[in-house]
Design a protein around this ligand. Structure first.
Ligand code: NDP
Length: 463
C-alpha cells in the first residue's frame, strides 16, 4: 500500500497565486506541498504577462525605428526582424524563470509534485501514485483559452500557441476585443504582420471607461485593419495552408493564421471536485465566499479559477490572504477596490478606480477632467499618436474616483497614482502636487480645465 504523506497545506497549481500562497504558508511554519501538471509559474510566466511583455517590447522597436528619423537617425534600409531570434530568446528566458520558481519553492521547504492533482475527498489528494492528506487545500489551477466554437474553429490558434509559431504569418486575423486580442493585435502589427482585428461589438475593451474605449478604438486603427461589428462563421484551409474565414454577411477573407482571443475559462476539469462539496458558479468558476473558502470548509480557491479579477497581482494578493488566514495572524485584508490595471496594447492603456459609468451608478454629481494631447516625443517623431487622460472626481467631496490613461508608459504612470487613490487623494491634492517636467504624467497634476459636470436626475431635480 502507498504511504500517505501528511501536510498542513496542499496547493494545486504552481502559478502566481499558488506559489505565493505555498511560500507564504511555509514561511509561517506550515508544512506545505504543491502540485503542478503543466508549467511552473503558470499562465503569467509561460503564456501570459511575461512573454507578452517581451513581445510587446519587440514590436515597439518597429515604431521607434520609424520615429527615430525625425531625431536625426539615418539608416539605408529598414531594420529586419527575425521572429526565430525573438521566440528562442523568449524560450530561454521563460525556462530560466521556471527554474527560479521551482527553486524558490524548494528553498522555501515546499514539497513539489510534478503531475495532475486530483481530489479524492475534502482532505485527500492523489498525484500519480502518491496520496497526500492535507488539513487545508488550495485550488489555484488558473484558466485556459476558450476555444472558438464554429466549424473549423480548431484551425484557429489560441493565446498559448501563438507564442511559439514556427514562422511569422504574413496575414493574421485576431478574433476578440478584450485584453488579449488588442495586445496581440499591437504586437503583430508592430512586428510587420498584416493584422486584422474582428470584434463583434463597436468599441474595444468592454468594461473600460467608455471614453478610453472610444479613443483607443480610434487610435488602434492607425496600425491595423479593424473590423467592428463582425463575426466569423467558419474557417477552412486549402492544401497550401491558406485559411479562409467567412463572415456572417457572407464575405470571405484569406489569411495565414487566425488567433482566437475570445476569453478564458476556469480550468476545473478532472480535479475530482465531484468527490467534495466544492461548488461551481453559473459561469463555471469555483464558488467561494469573501474568505475565499469553498463550500467545503477545508478547501479554498484563488486566482483565475475564482475569477474575481483575472490579474496576476490579484492572484498574489489572494494567495497571501489565504495563507495568512490559515497560518498567520488572519488580519490581512482583501480589497478589490482601486485595483490598477494596464493593457500593453499599442498605445498602452492603464486605469485605476471607477469608470465614469460605474461612478454614475454610485454618485450624484461628478466633475470630469480630460486632456487629449500630442506627446512631446511626437513633435519630432512624425507620429500622430495621441495621449488621452481622464480624471473623474466626486463633486461633493472632491475625492478622485477614477484615473484613466491611453498613451506611452500608461501602466508605469498609473501604478504610482494607484497608491494615491488608495490613500483617498482629492483633486485639490492632485493640484497641489508639483509636476515632473517634461513628462506626460505631469498632466495628471496640472490638469485644471473642467471638461464637463455630470449630475444624476435626482441631483438635477434638487438644483
Ligand atoms: P476578455 O474576456 O477580456 O475578452 C474576450 C473578448 O472576446 C471580448 O471582446 C468578447 O466580446 C469576445 N468574445 C467572446 N466570445 C466570443 C465569440 N464567441 N465570438 C467572438 N468574440 C467573442 O478575455 P481575454 O481572453 O482577452 O482575456 C482574459 C483575461 O485575462 C482578461 O479579462 C484579463 O483579466 C486577463 N488579461 C490581463 C492582461 C493584462 O493585465 N495586461 C493581459 C491579458 C489578459 P464582448 O466584449 O462582446 O464580450
Amino acid at each position: 500500500m502507498v504511504a500517505v504523506k501528511e501536510v498542513d497545506f496542499f496547493v494545486i497549481g504552481a502559478g502566481s497565486g499558488g506559489v505565493r500562497a505555498a511560500r507564504t504558508a511555509a514561511a509561517l511554519g506550515a508544512s506545505v506541498a504543491i502540485a503542478e501538471d503543466k508549467y511552473f509559474g503558470g499562465t503569467c510566466v509561460n503564456v501570459g504577462c511575461i512573454p507578452k511583455k517581451l513581445y510587446s517590447y519587440a514590436s515597439h522597436y518597429h515604431f521607434n525605428f520609424q520615429e527615430s528619423r525625425g531625431f536625426g537617425w539615418e539608416f539605408k534600409s529598414a531594420p529586419q526582424f527575425n521572429w526565430r531570434t525573438l521566440r528562442e530568446n523568449k524560450k530561454k528566458e521563460i525556462s530560466r524563470l521556471q527554474d527560479i520558481y521551482i527553486n524558490l519553492l524548494r528553498t522555501s521547504n515546499v514539497s513539489v509534485y510534478e503531475g495532475r492533482a486530483k481530489l479524492l475527498d475534502a482532505h485527500t489528494i492523489q498525484v500519480g501514485e502518491e496520496l497526500i492528506r492535507a488539513t487545508y487545500i488550495l485550488i489555484a489551477v488558473g484558466g485556459w483559452p476558450q476555444p472558438l466554437d464554429i466549424p473549423g474553429g480548431g484551425l484557429a490558434l489560441d493565446s498559448n500557441a501563438i507564442f511559439d509559431l514556427p514562422r511569422l504569418p504574413k496575414r493574421l486575423l485576431i478574433i476578440g476585443g478584450g485584453y488579449i486580442a488588442v495586445e496581440f493585435a499591437g504586437i503583430f502589427a508592430g512586428l510587420g504582420v498584416q493584422t486584422s482585428l474582428s470584434y463583434r461589438g463597436d468599441k474595444l475593451l468592454r468594461g473600460f471607461d467608455s471614453d478610453i474605449q472610444r479613443h483607443f478604438t480610434q487610435e488602434i486603427q492607425r496600425h491595423l485593419d479593424f473590423r467592428p461589428q463582425t463575426q466569423i462563421t467558419t474557417i477552412s484551409v486549402d492544401p497550401k495552408g491558406t485559411l479562409t474565414v467567412t463572415y456572417t454577411d457572407g464575405k470571405e477573407q484569406e489569411v495565414d493564421a487566425v488567433l482566437a482571443a475570445v476569453g478564458r475559462l476556469p480550468r476545473t476539469q478532472d480535479l475530482g471536485l465531484e468527490n467534495t462539496q466544492v461548488k461551481l458558479s453559473n459561469s463555471g468558476q469555483i464558488a467561494v465566499d469573501e474568505q475565499l473558502q469553498t463550500n467545503e470548509p477545508s478547501i479554498f480557491a484563488v486566482g483565475d479559477v475564482v475569477g474575481h479579477m483575472t490579474l496576476t497581482p490579484v492572484a498574489l494578493a489572494e494567495g497571501m490572504f489565504v495563507a495568512d488566514k490559515l497560518f498567520g495572524t488572519g488580519k490581512r485584508q482583501l480589497n478589490y477596490e482601486n485595483i490598477p490595471t494596464a493593457v500593453f496594447s499599442h498605445p498602452n492603456l492603464a486605469t485605476v478606480g471607477l469608470t465614469q459609468e460605474q461612478a454614475q451608478d454610485r454618485y450624484h454629481h461628478l466633475k470630469i477632467f480630460e486632456s487629449n494631447f500630442r506627446h512631446l516625443r511626437h513633435t519630432l517623431s512624425g507620429s500622430n499618436e495621441r495621449t488621452y487622460i481622464k480624471i473623474i472626481v466626486d463633486a461633493g467631496t472632491d475625492k478622485v474616483l477614477g484615473m484613466h490613461m491611453m498613451g506611452s508608459d500608461a501602466g508605469e504612470i498609473i501604478q504610482g497614482f494607484a497608491s494615491a487613490m488608495i490613500a483617498g487623494i482629492t483633486k485639490a491634492q492632485l493640484d497641489n502636487t508639483i509636476g515632473i517636467h517634461p513628462t506626460a504624467a505631469e498632466e495628471f497634476v496640472t490638469l485644471r480645465t473642467l471638461s464637463y459636470e455630470w449630475k444624476s436626475t435626482e441631483e438635477l431635480n434638487l438644483s
